[in-house]
Design a protein around this ligand. Structure first.
Ligand code: DSN
Length: 424
């Protein structure tokens, strides 16, 4: 540890609290020891983790740089200004707010900026790939706002743009929202912009899942089309667990007031510093190459599973994730998740469009390639991963001691040993 930096002192933690030190090591061991295919996770860099584990965590700094409600903010102001400058440059945005604590709190602020309770939003339904905060009844978004939902077309399994247009014309929502947590295909931002203009709505994109691919220029950006784009910083983007919002200059004041003081108190300055580090990482050629490889790997993994009879919805993917229908192999999402877990493969069960099973069981799995690509795996390895998932799903068992679980786990151990996460 550098003599001048006071944080991330693992030896001191181990001496004081060996129980928690053991948890931290155990989680690192879990990350290193298995295949991490949750589409919303990644391995942020030691540099990002260092900023997170710093004394900036101590500082209260309500307000914005140069306009704080506490003294002593000179250093954290520098961090927030750097994060804002790097974020706007990275996305070509007119304004950035880097204070949201998470994707859900970024979304809460967007509601606060543009909608009053009871007003209408048009968004993608959760069972078709949307998100809890896009107007589901169990979330503030569905309790406080009138959410109208569009879905995917039964045949293409891609967004039903005709339905979006007819619902928009019928309900005249104040805000139209695009984005979600299980959308494998590109979204037609130009279509949404034109529709929003036609009915005089705000066009909001929740880019949490794919913003990293936008940062790496692997897919088109929503920023030139949307009034506001909210996102998380820890998925493909590979930053700290947090959120952010970019918007046009016209909406800058409304967004800033909605983040603070409407929805949040003190910003987490250690996390903002870590976001600044992450935005700098994302501007490098190495990150652009990473983002392109994430997509190539997702296509290879979706293709491999499809060839083995685990069908990708929409026929494949353009992004970092694919959604797979298990009905052809006669296994539920719940069982598939448990069997993969026992074999050292971490993924999640997921509803597929028009799923006959309840969400707690589900007929699908969702897989993403952000983590394995960070480990340096390529398309050849994705074919191996596809084979291992197929074996675990169709012949495996939820018992980690089962012979099939052990055999697949041995192959997983060999594979991740050749592409270590957080190399020693
Ligand atoms: N929980 C995240 C995901 O897995 O997609 C979304 O919030």
């Amino acid at each position: 540890m550098s003599e001048t930096f006071y944080g991330s002192d693992f030896d001191a933690l181990t001496a004081f609290d060996p129980d928690i030190a053991e948890v931290l090591l155990g989680e690192l061991g879990r990350l290193r020891g298995g295949l991490q295919l949750i589409a919303s996770e990644n391995f942020s860099s030691p540099e990002v983790l260092t900023a997170l584990g710093s004394t900036l965590s101590n500082k209260y700094a309500e307000g914005y740089p140069g306009r704080r409600y506490y003294g002593g903010c000179a250093e954290v102001d520098k961090a927030e200004n750097l994060a804002i400058e790097r974020c706007t440059a990275l996305f070509g945005a007119e304004h950035a707010n880097v204070q949201p604590l998470s994707g859900a709190s970024a979304n809460l602020a967007v509601y606060g900026a543009f909608l009053k309770p009871g007003e209408t939003i048009l968004a993608m339904s959760l069972p078709h790939g949307g998100h809890l905060t896009h107007g589901t009844k169990v979330s503030f978004s569905g309790k406080w706002f009138n959410a109208v939902h569009y879905g995917v077309h039964a045949e293409t399994e891609d967004i039903d743009y005709d339905q979006v247009a007819s619902l928009a014309r019928e309900h005249r929502p104040k805000v139209i929202l695009a984005g979600g947590s299980a959308i494998p295909r590109l979204i037609d931002f130009e279509f949404f912009r034109a529709l929003a203009d036609e009915i005089g709505a705000i066009f909001w994109v929740d880019a949490a899942h794919f913003i990293g691919l936008v940062a790496g220029k692997a897919i088109p950006s929503p920023v030139p089309y949307a009034d506001v784009v909210s996102f998380t910083t820890h998925k493909v983007l590979r930053g700290p667990r947090s959120g952010a919002i970019v918007c046009t200059a016209e909406h800058a004041a409304a967004i800033d007031k909605a983040v603070f003081p409407m929805m949040q108190g003190g910003p987490q300055m250690h996390s903002i510093a870590a976001k600044a580090v992450n935005f700098k990482e994302c501007a490098t050629p190495a990150y652009a190459a990473y983002a392109a490889q994430v997509v190539a790997n997702a296509r290879a993994l979706a293709g491999s599973l499809g060839e083995l009879g685990i069908r990708p919805t929409t026929g494949g993917t353009d992004t970092h994730l694919s959604l797979h229908d298990l009905q052809g192999v006669g296994v539920t999402g719940k069982d598939a998740e448990a069997r993969c877990d026992a074999a050292g493969i971490t993924l999640n069960k997921n509803a597929i469009p028009y799923d006959p099973a309840p969400p707690s069981v589900a007929s699908g799995i969702r897989v993403g390639t952000a983590c394995v690509t960070t480990q340096g795996m390529g398309e050849a390895e994705m074919r191996t991963v596809g084979r291992l998932i197929h074996e675990a799903v169709t012949t495996g068992d939820a018992d980690p001691e089962h012979e099939v679980s052990r055999r697949i786990r041995a192959e997983v151990t060999d594979l991740v040993g050749r592409f270590p996460a957080y190399p020693r």
